[in-house]
Ligand binder design. Structure first.
Ligand SMILES: [Zn+2]
Length: 132
């Protein structure tokens, strides 16, 4: 079976540069700065609310709901990028193409993976090329 193309999306150099500044386990001040970058880049008019929780809870590291992401203190970059992509999806024209939950999930994983394999190739390999 052919290996899926996890680097399927072409990611702009400025985005890769900003992600590199985040680190693999990003802290909240850097996450907020990165969200501002994405807001400008994608011309998003809604403000992203970020709720930081200390407990691990029921979610798999993060959750997106109505322009808000709920994340945990020890969130890892793959999960953070995935949740931020959902914010982009609902606030840009790509929402028209991504009209089902499944399509949105695939897109979020592809976007996250496409960034990770460029910025953190070693971590990405360690995770055995699985989708985020
Ligand atoms: Zn998702």
């Amino acid at each position: 079976m052919a290996k899926p193309k996890y680097n399927g999306y072409k990611i702009a150099p400025d985005t890769l540069k900003e992600v590199a500044k985040l680190g693999y386990t990003p802290k909240i001040n850097r996450i907020l700065r990165f969200a501002e970058f994405l807001k400008r880049k994608y011309n998003i008019s809604t403000k992203l609310e970020i709720e930081l929780r200390k407990d691990v809870g029921a979610f798999n590291g993060g959750l997106y709901i109505d322009n808000k992401i709920i994340i945990y203190e020890n969130i890892k970059l793959p999960t953070l990028l995935h949740e931020l992509r959902h914010w982009i999806q609902f606030n840009t024209r790509i929402s028209k193409e991504l009209h089902t939950y499944e399509l949105r999930e695939i897109d979020a994983r592809m976007w996250s993976s496409s960034i990770l394999c460029k910025v953190y190739p070693e971590e990405f390999k360690k995770e055995n090329y699985k989708f985020y």
